[in-house]
Design a protein around this ligand. Structure first.
Ligand code: NAD
Ligand code: IPM
Ligand code: MN
Length: 374
């Protein structure tokens, strides 16, 4: 297969984890006889500095012509002035909106080797296997009006939380369809005791559920959901929620899996690529980690596993995706871990180890490299 993958390294550790993932994708292409054309384009803070835009038009255009898009992370302290007219995060929100990727899938499944790196008790998390389905292109992130102004001698600001019935309906369907491929349980999370958008959310999700009588539906209020995620994490299968609740709860859920650095995501919508599959946006859930940027110690697993989701969903390469996921699992089992996972491997060492696991017979040089790492 020939595929065009647009890469958006972004800021901080973004370029480090994307570079690592590109070398893994090249190894996958080699092993399976594919050609992946990968080209980098600017987004985020670096794009503001160089092109005065967090998402230059040429980057957007390249993404719209790609088979899939792989993103690192955007943002950092140098662009954090609350009065700055341009912010790196605007680029991320815009690319999500323009690609129409309304469903952000964030799977959480702790690796057995990492049970002890979670702050939670190993027996609580041993059987956790859940997927968050986060609505990604609406809600308070995008609602208008959104602005800040002077009024009666002080600054005032407004954000607007908004949902339409169809926006809730399409993501609810996706959640139920995913549940059918798994343990047939959907947990819908809202704040229906306070928010009008949540009451609409709950009503529509309940309606959609009638079309899936074989799937169990549970409603939780978001504050209680935050607690249950810690108290009974293995009771969840699919969790579906609006944009901001999903953002917050998935960082919380990442601690079930030991580190945010391990967490991949796939964002899917209705646009199709030239293979007749969804043109997805694939990104780790973590940010640009300014505290460790440039040190070569970022955990590349979240981005590498995002690439596995890309192989599966956008390129239809299921065997390749599984092979890559197994290579990551094997590497973790061997105890080759970055510092966030309690190990001492750097980004490069971990990446090499994954490549070695991918195709053990490919090159004896990898074996040697892996030996020295261990
Ligand atoms: P963060 O996710 O960047 O970092 C939180 C903590 O997790 C830090 O201690 C960091 O070192 C650690 N961490 C994150 N990813 C890691 C990895 N791959 N390996 C090892 N450790 C890792 O969150 P933050 O510090 O709140 O935000 C920093 C910047 O990133 C902000 O500007 C924010 O807007 C941006 N951000 C971007 C994205 C994105 O581009 N998708 C996501 C979240 C935050
Ligand atoms: C994420 C990030 C983004 C979000 C920010 C950087 C805009 O936190 O992908 O989880 O809130 O969606
Ligand atoms: Mn987030």
């Amino acid at each position: 297969m020939k595929a065009t993958i647009v890469c958006l390294p972004g800021d901080g550790i973004g370029p480090e984890v994307v570079r690592a993932t590109q070398s893994v994708l090249e190894a996958v292409a080699d092993a399976f006889g594919h050609t992946f054309e990968m080209e980098d384009y600017p987004i985020g803070g670096i794009a503001i500095d160089q092109f005065q835009s967090p998402l230059p038009d040429f980057t957007l255009q390249a993404c719209q012509n790609a088979d899939a898009v792989l993103l690192g992370a955007v943002g950092g302290p140098q662009w954090d002035d609350p009065d700055a007219p341009l912010r790196p995060e605007q680029g991320l929100l815009k690319i999500r909106k323009e690609l129409g990727v309304y469903a952000n899938l964030r799977p959480v499944k702790p690796h057995p080797r990492l049970l002890h790196t979670s702050p939670l008790k190993p027996e609580k998390i041993a059987n956790v296997d859940l997927i968050f389905v986060r609505e990604l292109t609406s809600g308070v992130y995008f609602g208008q009006p959104k602005r800040r102004w002077m009024e009666a001698g002080e600054e005032r600001a407004v954000d607007t939380m908004t949902y339409t019935e169809s926006e809730v309906r399409r993501i609810a369907h996706l959640a139920f369809q995913l549940a059918r491929q798994r343990r047939r349980k959907v947990t819908s999370i809202d704040k229906a005791n306070v928010l009008e958008t949540s009451r609409l959310w709950r009503k529509v999700v309940t309606e959609v559920a009638r079309e899936y009588p074989d799937v169990t539906l549970e409603h939780l209020l978001v504050d209680a959901a935050a607690m249950y995620l810690i108290q009974r994490p293995s009771s969840f299968d699919i969790l579906v929620t609006e944009n901001m609740f999903g953002d917050i709860l998935t960082d919380e859920a990442s601690m079930l899996a030991g580190s945010m650095g391990n967490m991949p995501s796939a964002s899917l919508g209705e646009q199709q690529n030239r293979h007749g599959r969804p043109r997805g946006l694939y990104e780790p859930i973590h940010g640009s980690a300014p505290d460790i940027a440039g040190k070569g110690m970022a955990n590349p697993v979240g981005t590498i596993l995002s690439a596995a989701l890309m192989l599966r969903h956008s390129l239809g390469l299921e065997e390749e995706a599984q092979t890559l996921e197994r290579a990551v699992e094997e590497t973790l089992s061997l105890g080759i871990l970055t510092p966030d996972l309690g190990g001492s491997a750097n980004t490069e060492a971990m990446t090499r180890a994954i490549i070695e696991q991918l195709a053990p017979s490919r090159s004896p040089a990898w074996d040697q490299a892996a030996q020295t790492i261990r």
